[in-house]
Design a binder for this molecule. Structure first.
Ligand code: ADP
Ligand code: UDP
Ligand code: MG
Length: 220
C-alpha cells in the first residue's frame, strides 16, 4: 500500500518526468544550520559526494525565484538585502516542491529553518505527508563558528551576492542570534543536534561531519 508520501511524490514525479518512479523509502531529513559564512554550503557538497543526499539550499531556491522574476521575486530580493527572513509559506513551498520532484529520499536542507515559525511551518508539512512516522527531522547539524571568522569568509565569498557586504552581514548576524539560535536550542533539547566546530580546513571540518552520517548508514 502506498503511504501518503509515496502517492503524493509518485504523482508529481510522473507528471514531471513522464516515468513511474515510486518512492519506497521513508524520507531521511537533515537540517543544516549555522550563521552566515559558517560553511554550510561547502560541507553540504562533501556530504552529497560521500553519502548521496539531495542538497536543497533554501537561500539558493529563494535566489532562483528572484532570477526567474516570479511574483514573489521583488519581495524576496528586498528581504535578503535587509538580512531578514522571507515569510515561511514562500520558503516552505519551494522546499516542498523540490522534495517532491527529487528521486532521492535523503535530503540536506541547507539554511532552513531559520526561525521557530519556519520550523513549525515545515513540521506541519511533514506531518501531512508522513503522519505515521512523526514530524521531526532525523539529524540537525549546527556549524558553530566565531563571528569574526564568519564575517571574514562572507566578505571573501565573491559570489556577487547582494547580502555579502558588511552592513547586511551585521544584520544577518543579529537575526541569527535572535531568531535562529532558538531553533538550534530547540533541537538540542530534543537530542537531535550535532554541533560541529566549524573552524579549520574544509577537510578537517568534514572529518567531524562524516561519522555522524556513517553511523546512520550502518543502522540502515
Ligand atoms: N573551513 C573553511 N575555512 C575557510 N573558508 C571556508 C571554509 N569553509 C568554507 N569557506 C569559505 O567561506 C565562504 C562561506 O562558505 P559557505 O559554505 O558559503 O557558508 P554558508 O553556506 O554557511 O554561508 C565561502 O567562500 C567558502 O569557500
Ligand atoms: O529559509 C531561509 C533561507 C534564507 N533566507 C534568506 O536568504 C538569505 C541568504 O541565505 P543563505 O542560506 O543562502 O545564506 P548563508 O547562510 O549560506 O550565507 C538569508 O540571509 C535570508 O535573508 C530566508 O529568508 N529564509
Ligand atoms: Mg550557504
Amino acid at each position: 500500500r502506498l503511504n501518503t508520501w509515496e502517492s503524493l511524490t509518485t504523482g508529481i514525479a510522473q507528471q514531471a518526468k513522464g516515468v513511474i518512479a515510486p518512492k519506497e523509502k521513508t524520507p531521511f531529513i537533515t537540517f543544516v544550520l549555522g550563521g552566515p559564512g559558517s560553511g554550510k554550503g561547502t560541507q553540504c557538497i562533501k556530504i552529497v559526494e560521500t553519502f548521496g543526499f539531495a542538497h536543497l539550499s533554501a537561500g539558493d531556491l529563494l535566489r532562483r525565484e528572484i532570477a526567474s522574476k516570479s511574483a514573489d521575486g521583488a519581495m524576496i530580493l528586498n528581504t535578503i538585502k535587509e538580512g531578514k527572513i522571507v515569510p515561511s509559506q514562500v520558503t516552505v513551498k519551494l522546499i516542498q516542491k523540490e522534495m517532491e520532484l527529487s528521486d532521492n529520499h535523503k535530503f540536506l536542507i541547507d539554511g532552513f529553518p531559520r526561525t521557530e515559525e519556519n520550523r513549525v511551518s515545515f513540521e506541519q508539512i511533514l506531518s501531512e505527508w508522513q503522519s505515521q512516522i512523526g514530524v521531526e527531522p532525523n539529524v540537525v547539524l549546527f556549524f558553530d563558528c566565531p563571528e569574526e571568522e564568519m564575517v571574514k569568509r562572507v566578505l571573501n565569498r565573491n559570489e556577487g551576492r547582494v547580502d555579502d557586504n558588511l552592513e547586511t552581514i551585521k544584520k544577518r548576524l543579529t537575526v541569527f542570534q535572535a531568531l535562529s539560535l532558538p531553533v538550534i536550542n530547540y533541537y538540542s533539547e530534543k537530542g537531535k543536534l550535532y554541533t560541529i566546530k566549524a573552524i579549520g580546513t574544509e577537510d578537517e571540518i568534514f572529518e567531524q561531519v562524516r561519522p555522524i552520517f556513517a553511523a546512520f548508514e550502518t543502522v540502515g
